[in-house]
Design a protein around this ligand. Structure first.
Ligand code: AMP
Ligand code: ZN
Length: 499
């Protein structure tokens, strides 16, 4: 019977560690969420696909999961430290809307993108709903750990032990992101509260003991994670850039607030970047890819999830259109095999089916549900799948175990369907809800409609049946001029594709 111990790479120790929950049978996970002043790019979405894979794996291992992804709708400046403009206010000016409308709009788009990528819905608390608690934390920390300047209340990082233990070394990129503020005691000190400058009008501001203003960005994650998940909690995740500044600052605040030397979360996990040929995909360059661009180019959003799962979350992943197309092809192949499996399963006498609807499982499957010694040929694949995920979420190898299950012949169809549905629920590809036709590449700006293509192909079929090959070729050539490639004899069963 397989049940590999779950090992996760902890950025604090830079080693894989066995997951031991703080509360028996539970896993509490906090993921730094988006700043909602703009669209999220596909690099940002990689961070949430990773967090979702972690969450689904914890469910698979039988833990009751509490997962929070916060929404930063206030307080994030254009730099990671305390200088620069407020991102929300800047976006409001750019788009001629209120800062509040900007936040709501981009939050909605973000949540819709999570849905399209099959990221299970975690709790999405907004920072603006926690400002009172943030002020309380500031009051509690100020005597021992903070000092006041004209621009706000600052945290003195020399007042906590081991500041920056998580970052280990300050990288050049990290250093460049800390901008100077007059009067700071240490370069790494950061704002707990940013006062609204005299004579400036801010849309998002609150009264506080340090004057009207807004909380510093780092504070929200300490406050919201402690309030929603308790202190300490199990796992904190984010992109690898957060390992340098944001997460060390969170840890410092938690230590100061709780008068402890702990690190707030037992395990800190960081996904590596999605890059393109120019380097890290980043919002501040203004030139980035959003999920909708992929969809407009005709790709199903889940092809992007597949692309992410094919790489390890701790490796850089380069975005290329060829890579996305390869991921789509793999997804298609799996969908076809699942379609066949579903048909065969439905044809079986219902008496021989252990679970008549194995793919309907909202909360995801657990290992327990598919464990057992009677799986014969399927057992090795189950073991491979479980071990791969348990080894720091090796989704690439887990995918190959899934391929093995879909390919295996002469096994009990119901058991195969059960196991395939379970694996699908852990990887979140939604294969059982997809049809091949959903995955057809159909760019938004295509010159020809699906109906026109289908009619032309019907005419071509009739011409071939009449042995009128001249007509058949003419139809094919005409489609070609419209950008439609006819794919006779395609092994995946595609009749056409848009090129
Ligand atoms: P932000 O809204 O900028 O705070 O970013 C949201 C999440 O995306 C954070 O966890 C970032 O670390 C992560 N992130 C930002 N850029 C990338 C990228 N190119 N690849 C992967 N993750 C990223
Ligand atoms: Zn955070």
């Amino acid at each position: 019977m397989t049940d590999a111990p779950l090992k996760l790479f902890n950025s604090l120790t830079r080693q894989p560690e066995e997951f031991t929950p703080i509360h028996h049978g539970e896993a509490r996970v906090y993921t730094c969420g988006p700043t909602v002043y703009n669209y999220q790019h596909v690099g940002n979405m990689r961070a949430y696909i990773f967090a979702d894979t972690l969450g689904r794996t914890l469910s698979w291992k039988g833990y009751k999961l509490s997962h929070v992804i916060n929404i930063t709708d206030v307080g994030h400046l254009t730099s990671d430290a305390d200088a620069g403009d407020d991102k929300m206010e800047k976006a409001a000016a750019r788009e001629g809307k209120s800062a509040w409308d900007i936040a709501r709009y981009y939050q909605e788009v973000f949540e819709a993108d999570l849905d399209r990528l099959n990221v299970r819905k975690p709790a999405h608390p907004r920072a603006t709903d926690y400002v009172e608690s943030m002020i309380e934390w500031g009051k509690q920390m100020q005597d021992k750990h903070c000092y006041e300047l004209d621009s706000g209340l600052y945290f003195d990082v020399s007042t906590v032990p081991d500041y920056g233990k998580l970052a280990r070394a300050v990288t050049e990129e990290g250093e460049a992101r800390i901008e100077t503020v007059d009067g700071k005691r240490n370069a790494a000190d950061f704002a707990i509260w940013r006062k609204t400058p005299e004579g400036e009008d801010r849309q998002m501001e609150w009264d506080s003991p340090w004057g009207k203003g807004a909380p510093g960005w780092h504070l929200e994650c300490s406050v919201m994670s402690a309030e929603l998940l308790g202190h300490p909690f199990d796992i904190h995740t984010g992109g690898i850039d957060h390992r340098e500044i944001h997460h060390p600052n969170e840890i410092a605040q938690n230590q100061a607030h709780n008068c402890s030397e702990g690190s707030a979360a037992n395990i800190w996990m960081h996904n590596n970047f999605l890059i393109d040929r120019r380097g890290k995909m980043s919002k501040s360059t203004g030139d980035f890819l959003v999920l909708q661009t992929l969809v407009d180019r005709g790709f199903h959003p889940l092809a992007y999830r597949m692309m992410c799962l094919q790489a390890h979350y701790r490796s850089e992943l380069e975005f290329t259109w060829e890579g996305l197309e390869a991921a789509l092809t793999r997804l298609k192949r799996m969908v076809m095999l699942v379609e066949n499996l579903k048909t065969r399963h439905a044809e079986l006498d219902s008496a021989s089916i252990s679970d008549p609807d194995p793919w309907v499982r909202d909360d995801g499957w657990t290992l327990k549900q598919v464990q057992g010694d009677d799986r014969g040929k399927l057992r090795a694949s189950l073991e491979k799948f479980d071990t791969a995920l348990a080894e720091d979420l090796n989704s690439a190898v887990a995918l190959t175990a899934f391929d093995d299950v879909l390919a295996v012949k002469k096994v009990d169809v119901a058991k195969k369907a059960n196991l395939a549905a379970a694996m699908d629920s852990v990887l979140g590809l939604g294969l059982f809800d997809l049809a091949r036709t959903d995955l057809r590449i159909r760019p938004k700006d295509a010159q020809v409609t699906q109906e026109e293509i289908e009619t032309a192909l019907e005419d071509r079929k009739a011409a071939r049946a009449d042995k009128d090959f001249a007509k058949s070729d003419a139809i094919r050539d005409d489609l070609m001029t419209k950008g439609v490639e006819v794919m006779d004899g395609d092994p995946l069963g595609w009749e056409w594709k848009l090129s």
